[in-house]
Design a binder for this molecule. Structure first.
Ligand code: DHB
Ligand code: FE
Length: 278
């Protein structure tokens, strides 16, 4: 049977990819955030995942505003990255796990989540930067199942809907018969806003509330509407929805292994958190 052992959630700021490409990891600006990943990599090396379910949001590379699925699941044999204009290099194609993709798609559709299925899918910085953070020495040593959540164009799914979606994915993984070790990687957040009068907005108090609640009280976050999330965490801080889906996948109880929070990376309150499933 599949073993879902835990999850890593991390910000996905493109500037991190640029810093990695330029070898700036040791500089004072980057070190406090990147040091948080030393423990994450040690944990991953110990846990030896075969597959990563990557919950993220696309930023206009694969889906544009003309066609915007609320939830989309990758079912491709491999995933290509492409130039998004952020000045970060593309990475080598990442292999998919089509069997697990279809098991998840079948499971969630049976539970009435009518996802878009993507047998071709370009992955943007929200997938590639976290993979580079977790496997800095070369291609990621996992196959991936990318799951894309609309955090970009309103109406967005509510935190309550995202938690339910994650739980449905978790049940599909639990029922998956192959002996694979599965990790969840959720990306985005925490608070940030890139445009308008409030550009640069960060809310450390709300970020702390989210980091605490997500461990064992994720339902606390379901009281917010997407609009309230924008007010509290910024127009892109709503990427916390990806973390909520990821937390739902892990099941009812979890143990926090590691947390690092650093302000700012670019315009973003940058965080990484590792949870082990019970
Ligand atoms: C930034 C943050 C993001 O989440 C993103 O997708 C793009 C840019 C930033 O802070 O620069
Ligand atoms: Fe983003």
């Amino acid at each position: 049977m599949a073993e879902l052992f835990g999850g890593v959630s991390t910000s996905h700021v493109p500037a991190i990819g640029r810093a990695i490409a330029r070898g700036l990891q040791g500089e004072p600006y980057w070190k406090p955030f990147l040091d948080g990943f030393v423990g994450v990599r040690a944990w991953l090396a110990q846990q030896r995942p075969d597959v990563a379910i990557v919950v993220y949001n696309d930023h206009g590379l694969n889906f544009f505003l003309d066609k915007m699925p609320t939830f989309a699941v990758g079912a491709a044999p491999e995933y290509l990255s492409a130039d998004e204009g952020w000045g970060i290099p593309t990475i080598a194609p990442v292999p998919g796990d089509q069997d697990l993709s279809w098991a998840i798609i079948n499971g969630v559709v049976e539970e009435e989540f009518d996802v878009v299925t993507c047998q071709e899918m370009l992955i943007d910085h929200a997938v590639t930067v976290p993979l580079q953070l977790l496997w800095p020495d070369g291609p990621p040593r996992v196959r991936i199942v990318p799951i894309c959540v609309n955090t970009v164009q309103h109406p967005l799914p509510s935190p309550a809907r995202c938690l339910k979606f994650g739980r449905a994915i978790g049940r599909a993984v639990a029922a998956y018969p192959a002996d694979v070790r599965v990790v969840v990687i959720s990306t985005g957040g925490l608070s940030h806003q890139l445009e308008g009068e409030r550009a640069g907005f960060i809310n450390p108090e709300f970020d702390a509330l989210c980091l605490n609640a997500i461990v064992n009280e994720p339902a606390r976050l379901t009281v917010y509407s997407p609009r309230e999330l924008v007010a509290l965490s910024g127009s892109q801080g709503v990427e916390i929805l990806n973390w909520i889906v990821g937390r739902g996948i892990l099941g009812s109880t979890a143990r926090e292994i590691l947390r690092n929070y650093h302000i700012p990376i670019s315009n973003t309150a940058a965080a990484v958190q590792v949870l082990e499933a019970a």
